[in-house]
Design a binder for this molecule. Structure first.
Ligand SMILES: [Zn+2]
Length: 313
């Protein structure tokens, strides 16, 4: 493992699968999580979350000291990853966007399960997506935007995306935007006659499970309330509302004030950092290792997919 850019950081995890939780894109099993931890421990010291946090606050982290982090309050993390952490006697950071643990839902996560559960392959989903756009009012805009689009150049810092992934994400994020994207996906889901309450029942943890993690000495941190994909594009007031609600909800459930954050989709700006300071958030995480750490609210994180690649190499 290359150690030239050794510095304190987190490892970032999202989706897990087992017999109950379907194996979506990028999802890993309990065994793979164990493999990653064992592999990482050869070169790094993985600390329990509270110990890592305390050292971060004191500025005493050694360059080889890493921590485990789980974003998005996913039920698959609680049911698949937590037992593995217990085997290793490790605790982690869990960054929770609060709308979904208080009875709300979030469309991107629903759409992720939809494209996994209802299509033979991700490329089959992409074909249906572009077919649906072809019959929608967005047909001309998308065709124009894709003229001259070079997939290799888009989201270059995330080497694990395929070219179809990049084209899909480009159209979703840069051409359609949230409203039109939602419209296209809802059309696709209607065509499949999905029952939403039943379909979403295994996606997120509830407040009791989040409290359980806290009581087992894990660290619960902020991740916004509704998980906008481009938080930094919101004005300062809207950003403040996101984090204020997130903070108050977790504070009420845990009966302690959260003091950590991970930036949803790595999206933040100087307004965001000021808002987080106002809430007395002490430590934060980015979603990649691309840049040097700039402040206590911008610790780097390695995506588990990059570690899997190194193990396979
Ligand atoms: Zn997230």
């Amino acid at each position: 493992m290359k150690t030239s850019d050794l510095r304190p950081h987190g490892i970032m995890f999202h989706h897990f699968y087992n017999e109950k939780h379907i194996q979506g894109q990028g999802a890993i099993s309990a065994d793979e999580l164990a493999q990653i931890i064992e592999y990482y421990q050869q070169s790094y010291q993985i600390l329990p979350a509270r110990e890592w946090l305390e050292k971060a606050n004191q500025g005493t982290l050694a360059d080889n000291e890493a921590c485990l982090t789980f974003d998005d309050a996913l039920l698959c993390q609680y049911e698949v990853a937590l037992p593995v952490l217990q085997q290793f006697d490790l605790t982690a950071f869990w960054f929770v966007y609060s709308s979904v643990i208080t009875g709300g839902s979030e469309k991107l996560e629903i759409y992720r399960k939809f494209r996994t559960a209802c299509f033979e392959s991700i490329d089959e989903f992409y074909r249906c997506f572009f077919r649906t756009i072809g019959d929608s009012p967005y047909q001309a805009d998308v065709a124009t935007a894709l003229r001259g689009f070079i997939p290799e150049e888009y989201l270059k810092q995330f080497p694990f995306y395929t070219n179809p992934d990049r084209q899909f994400r480009f159209v979703r994020d840069q051409v359609l935007g949230p409203t039109a994207y939602t419209e296209v996906l809802d059309l696709m889901m209607q065509a499949e006659k999905i029952d939403l309450p039943e379909f979403t029942s295994d996606l997120w943890m509830n407040d009791q499970q989040v409290l359980d993690l806290h009581e087992r000495e894990h660290v619960i941190g902020l991740h916004s309330h509704t998980h906008p994909t481009a938080l930094a594009a919101l004005d300062a007031n809207a950003q403040r509302a996101e984090y204020q609600t997130n903070f108050e909800t977790l504070n009420r459930i845990l009966r302690v004030a959260p003091d950590t954050v991970s930036h949803p989709c790595n999206s933040y700006n100087t307004d965001t950092l000021q808002i987080l300071k106002d809430l007395e958030i002490k430590v934060g995480f980015r979603s990649n290792m691309a840049e040097q750490q700039i402040s206590q609210l911008e610790f780097p994180r390695e995506d588990h997919a990059n570690i899997m690649d190194k193990i396979a190499a």
